[in-house]
Design a protein around this ligand. Structure first.
Ligand SMILES: Cc1ncc(COP(=O)(O)O)c(C=O)c1O
Length: 470
């Protein structure tokens, strides 16, 4: 945890414990610098983080004040130990059925995996796409075959560099979204019947991909705020022939957990000791609420074990289907898998995104997007806290757009899902995030859509439906 996060956490505890009450003024930046022996930048970043989480507010010329909270403060869910050992998967049909509702635009999309499309510079991207198509070099259909458009890979490599990681364009393979990237990575390092380690809970599409490839999974307990348990992973790696780990280290789907820097380094050391590759799904890395990007695993991957998978689907261009794998020593194998499955990724779209990254104002867009999502998280959490019954737990994310709730014991998330759908509200119930359909009382909600009256009413309805099940 960096110093500003530490200071923010200390202040948050004072608010949670009631030592700082709604309306209380926080120490000025100068006072806080003196009492914590930190720089003004650290204090400002800490206050900014607390503000983005809705805990404090700035009043012009007066300083920072603790905000009034409408509802209760809900405690964090506990880390769950998954049942039993490895599992043969049989979840795909079940997940497809549950997620069908997400496609219906008349439903309030709290169960959706996608953020609001209106958060993205679609008009501007459209102009870049039109230009790319008009000026397309006919030879590009051949030169941009896998690993993909050279300028796009160079732009992606530059972003790694900005995050402290030295990734050569040659080890980047452009894919049709992160989803194809994850599949190619799994195919490159496993055979049917092999075992991989996954988080618990985990992103359901990883379960579906593993099922399709005939893989078995072992679920590793995962903390709602700090990510995968290292002692539990160590034990699994000692006892089972795990061929790869499929994890999210930054703002995981569904819990929103962010693996602390020291844990990331320890995780890579552990994997290095066991010589097991990590397929890291990192599609939410750009959506952080604080001042600093999370540590990029590629920056500390000394053994080259990380296949880093990401895309522009969640942070810039949903629907463009451009993702990539920074694959290190596995780049050649992944490139071959790509050629023999989908051959190539659409060329004009690759060129358009490369041009946008160079000239389109990506950083500005990201700054705006991060701030919007942080504000929505604060408003959404406040609404949940005022409408859900006591006994509900929630993990506040530091990035992304998912809120993970543990409902009071006795509430059935699948039943709630059906009841909510009948009221025109989609939800993502806990069991779709587990190979053994655990997390029966958990729920993932999407706060990446506008804070409208319909959304507020949907949260209130969900709270009532939960209370009615008690
Ligand atoms: C965790 C995670 N990984 C991967 C994907 C798929 O990304 P893409 O749309 O780039 O294929 C999603 C989309 O919901 C996701 O939530």
């Amino acid at each position: 945890m960096s110093r500003y996060q530490d200071l923010a956490a200390q202040t948050e505890r004072l608010i949670a414990d009631g030592l700082l009450r709604p309306g209380d003024r926080l120490p000025s930046v100068r006072q806080a610098c003196r009492s914590h022996d930190v720089s003004p930048v650290t204090v400002t970043q800490a206050y900014y983080l607390l503000e983005s989480r809705g805990l404090i507010e700035a009043r012009p010329k007066s300083g920072y004040f603790v905000r009034a909270r409408l509802g209760q403060r809900l405690p964090e869910p506990e880390m769950r130990r998954p049942l039993g050992d490895s599992t043969q998967l049989e979840v795909s049909d079940f997940i497809f059925r549950i997620l069908e509702s997400v496609k219906d635009p008349s439903v309030v999309p709290l169960g959706s995996s996608f953020p609001s499309p209106y958060l993205f510079p679609l008009d501007k991207l459209g102009r870049f796409l039109a230009t790319a198509a008009r000026k397309l070099d006919p030879l590009a259909t051949v030169t941009d075959l896998p690993p993909g458009n050279e300028e796009l890979r160079r732009q992606i490599a530059l972003r790694y560099l900005a995050h402290g990681a030295n990734v050569a364009p040659q080890e980047i393979v452009v894919t049709s979204g992160a989803m194809e990237g994850l599949n190619l990575c799994l195919q490159a390092v496993t055979r049917p019947g092999d075992l991989i380690a996954i988080e618990s809970p985990t992103f359901y599409a990883g379960l579906q991909a593993s099922e399709r490839l005939g893989l078995k999974v072992i679920e590793i307990p995962t903390h709602p705020r700090e990510g995968v348990s290292l002692p539990a992973l160590d034990e699994a790696l000692r006892q089972h022939p795990v061929k790869a780990c499929l994890f999210m280290l930054n703002f995981a789907n569904p819990q929103g957990s962010l693996v602390p820097d020291a844990h990331k380094k320890a995780l890579l050391e552990l994997l290095q000791r066991h010589d097991v590759p990590l397929i890291e799904d990192d599609v939410y890395a750009e959506l952080y609420f604080g001042q600093q990007a999370p540590l990029c695993s590629k920056a500390v991957d000394e053994a080259g074990l990380v296949m880093h998978v990401s895309s522009f689907s969640k942070c810039l261009a949903p629907g463009y289907r451009i993702g990539w794998v920074a694959a290190g020593r596995y780049a050649q194998a992944i490139q071959r898998q790509k050629l023999s499955t989908s051959l190539a990724t659409t060329v004009p779209v690759q060129i358009a995104l490369a041009d946008y990254l160079k000239h389109g104002g990506y950083e500005n867009h990201l700054r705006h997007l991060r701030r919007t999502l942080a504000q929505r998280e604060a408003a959404f959490t406040a609404a949940v806290e005022s409408h859900f019954p006591a006994g509900t737990r929630l993990a506040r994310p530091q990035g992304g757009y998912f809120l993970w709730l543990e409902l009071p014991p006795g509430v059935d998330a699948l039943r709630l899902h059906r009841q909510a759908l009948a009221c025109g509200i989609s939800t993502a119930p806990g069991p779709i995030f587990s190979a053994k359909r655990e997390f029966a009382h958990s729920l993932r909600l999407n706060f990446g859509h506008p804070d409208t009256e319909a959304q507020q009413a949907a949260i209130a309805t969900l709270g009532q439906l939960v209370a009615a099940q008690l």
